[in-house]
Design a protein. Structure first.
Length: 233
């Protein structure tokens, strides 16, 4: 069985990079301290919304994750159920130069290994609130709530990654489908088939492999002494 949890928002927000949040979502440029009037203005708007979110449980981070048995076969990653029957297979690209790395190089081929998959969300119930705030002309609060929701999803991804690290010691990397090391976004469907986030946390997948609600995250976590991120042209 996968691990299914919901945790307080206050456990997730400290994992968000505040400077990136201010820069990316609110357009605040350095310095990020009281000497910058725009920083002060942004924080005076953000702080009450953070308090409201925490006190009224506006954002409830939810997740499902599991450590699956796995082996590599060339550039294929094979996923097994608890009875060691094959249930899914992923083909990953390999570098054409440099070290000619593939993600499967970090999963054992000659014995049973494991990899983790997860889906998490901070977006449930947020869309109606955004709509209500816009109808009430609370445009700044609406924008800040949207920004916090999206940013906290990344904080949740880090929280889950940390939890998986506690299950399996060693160096790990976190990768998501649709990015260079595993570019096939359609693999989201395979992830959903083995993890079943629709059942456990009510996160669904569209025909174009986008997750709903917005502010949902998914990834695979691989543990290996030499695991590292690399570029694929």
């Amino acid at each position: 069985m996968p691990i299914v949890k919901q945790i307080p928002f206050i456990d997730v927000w400290p994992l968000v990079n505040t400077r990136f949040f201010l820069s990316h979502y609110l357009g605040v440029k350095p310095p990020y301290d009281q000497s910058n009037p725009k920083y002060e203005q942004a924080m005076s708007s953000v702080s009450p919304v953070l308090d409201w979110i925490a006190q009224d449980k506006i954002i409830i981070p939810k997740m499902v994750y599991k450590l699956f048995k796995a082996r590599s076969d060339g550039d294929d990653l094979i996923i097994f159920n608890d009875k060691e029957n094959e249930i899914e297979r992923f083909l990953f690209p390999r570098q054409s130069q440099d070290e000619r790395l593939s993600l499967t190089d970090f999963v054992a081929a000659d014995q049973m290994d494991s990899v983790a998959f997860f889906v998490g969300t901070t977006g449930q119930g947020i869309a109606p609130l955004i709509q209500q705030l816009n109808q009430e002309a609370e445009y700044v609060k609406s924008h800040i709530l949207t920004s916090i929701t999206l940013a906290s999803a990344e904080g949740l991804a880090q929280w889950i990654h940390n939890a998986i690290n506690e299950m399996k010691s060693g160096k790990t990397i976190r990768v998501s489908f649709g990015y260079p090391m595993c570019p096939d976004l359609s693999y989201q469907k395979r992830l959903f088939q083995i993890l079943k986030p629709e059942k456990y946390i009510n996160v669904s997948l569209s025909d174009s492999f986008m997750m709903s609600p917005e502010a949902s995250v998914s990834a695979m976590v691989i543990h290996h002494p030499n695991a590292r991120y690399f570029n694929i042209e």
